[in-house]
Design a protein around this ligand. Structure first.
Ligand code: SF4
Ligand code: SF4
Length: 370
């Protein structure tokens, strides 16, 4: 069942990052979580508890995983000791790391998603180096080409769509293809998690999207055909459940664990810290009891996450796309409406349009959205 099948253990390794992307708060002054790193003791406990059920590990933010390179290796090695060659490893990275990290990644990581926004002028504007402001594209191009040539698995691109690159999608396909990337997922920019929901309107009628969604969709549909002709996969997060019918949106509804730098178990990539008293607390479903070195689970939160089916959502009941959407990303929905059972209406409109215009029910995606 599509995106919900991304059953794996995610490690939010560190909040440190060497880039300073224009749409990211990690390195901005307002961030309360600078320089936090996941505890290996907590990660070990998580591995012992979950690795036999989910022999697939994933390295993710809040910052850049390779900024905690030694920890990443320790987690990999400990997981490997338990499940051996059945272990699969995945990461989402900004691609800006040194040769030592690159060599290790090439030997150990099966699925590498590089957050990459397109040709150098876009990438360097959106994703410059932290503090120096230097362009990141030269380093990333070199690393991507090297990993494509020498790595053990997939090197794909995860593109944030802004109004800067929305009209240049075909050019992006050509550019990525020239570097050897032939699997690309695009994500329209959405609001960052802050202290409060973007709106308290559960149907989010008064929220304006951060980009021109119609223009993104029009260009996306043409670009997908163009990429198809070049045998390149070109996807949209809006369509991450178009491959099969599915009443749940994603793994947050199982839930599967994401270990946070402050010692909590989260269900979602957007709920990065357990200590924040913000509106994303519904996704925090457990914590590390450090004193007794054990995991504690919050059963009421688990039950609520498991009940988040499109069939239980008032705003979805007449939707023609319901089983190819699953009620959309509950993280984004909670962030914008204050409730994971709400709806982002502007996204609904785009999903429904897209489901009418591109293929659905074609069988499972080879590589699920990052
Ligand atoms: S960000 Fe959305 S798709 Fe990703 S885990 Fe969270 S709810 Fe699921
Ligand atoms: S497109 Fe909107 S209304 Fe339709 S199932 Fe998805 S979230 Fe619900």
């Amino acid at each position: 069942m599509s995106h919900v099948k991304k059953e794996m253990i995610s490690f939010f390794l560190t909040s440190k990052c060497n880039l300073d992307c224009i749409y990211c708060y990690t390195n901005k002054e307002a961030s309360r979580h600078k320089n936090q790193t996941l505890s290996f003791e907590f990660a070990k406990l998580g591995i012992e508890h979950f690795i036999k059920k989910y022999p697939h590990i994933r390295f993710f933010g809040a910052g850049e995983p390779t900024q905690a390179y030694d920890l990443m290796k320790l987690i990999y090695d400990y997981s490997y000791q338990i499940v051996g060659d059945t272990l699969k490893a995945e990461m989402q990275t900004n691609g800006a790391f040194n040769k030592e990290a690159r060599d290790w990644i090439e030997k150990h990581i099966d699925i590498i998603w590089v957050s990459f926004d397109g040709p150098p002028d876009i990438q360097d504007y959106n994703r410059p180096f932290y503090k120096s402001g230097k362009p990141s594209s030269p380093v990333i191009e070199e690393n991507v080409k090297h990993m494509v040539a020498n790595g053990k698995g997939l090197v794909g691109a995860r593109v944030t769509i802004t109004d800067n690159n929305s009209k240049r999608q075909k050019e992006m396909v050509d550019y990525f293809s020239s570097l050897g990337i032939n699997y690309i997922w695009t994500d329209p920019l959405f609001p960052t998690v802050g202290d409060k929901p973007v709106s308290d309107d559960l149907t989010a009628k008064n929220i304006k999207p951060l980009i021109d969604m119609d223009s993104y969709l029009e260009e996306f549909i043409q670009t997908q055909k163009y990429a198809d002709g070049k045998k390149i996969f070109y996807g949209s997060f809006l369509a991450c459940n178009f491959d099969e019918e599915n009443e749940y949106h994603c793994r947050a509804c199982i839930p599967v664990p994401h270990f946070t730098t402050d010692g909590y178990i989260s269900a979602c990539d957007m709920s990065l810290f357990g200590e924040d008293k913000n509106h994303m607390q519904d996704f925090i479903y457990g914590k590390w009891d450090k004193e007794n070195n054990k995991l504690i689970f919050f059963e009421d939160r688990i039950k609520q996450l498991q009940s988040r089916s499109v069939k239980n959502m008032e705003g979805c009941k007449d939707c023609p796309a319901m089983l190819h959407c699953g009620g959309y990303c509950l993280g984004e929905v909670a962030n914008e409406t204050g409730n994971m059972f709400g709806n982002k209406r502007y996204t609904c409109k785009s999903i429904i349009q897209l489901a009418r215009k591109i293929d659905i029910n074609f069988g499972r995606y080879k590589f699920l959205h990052p």
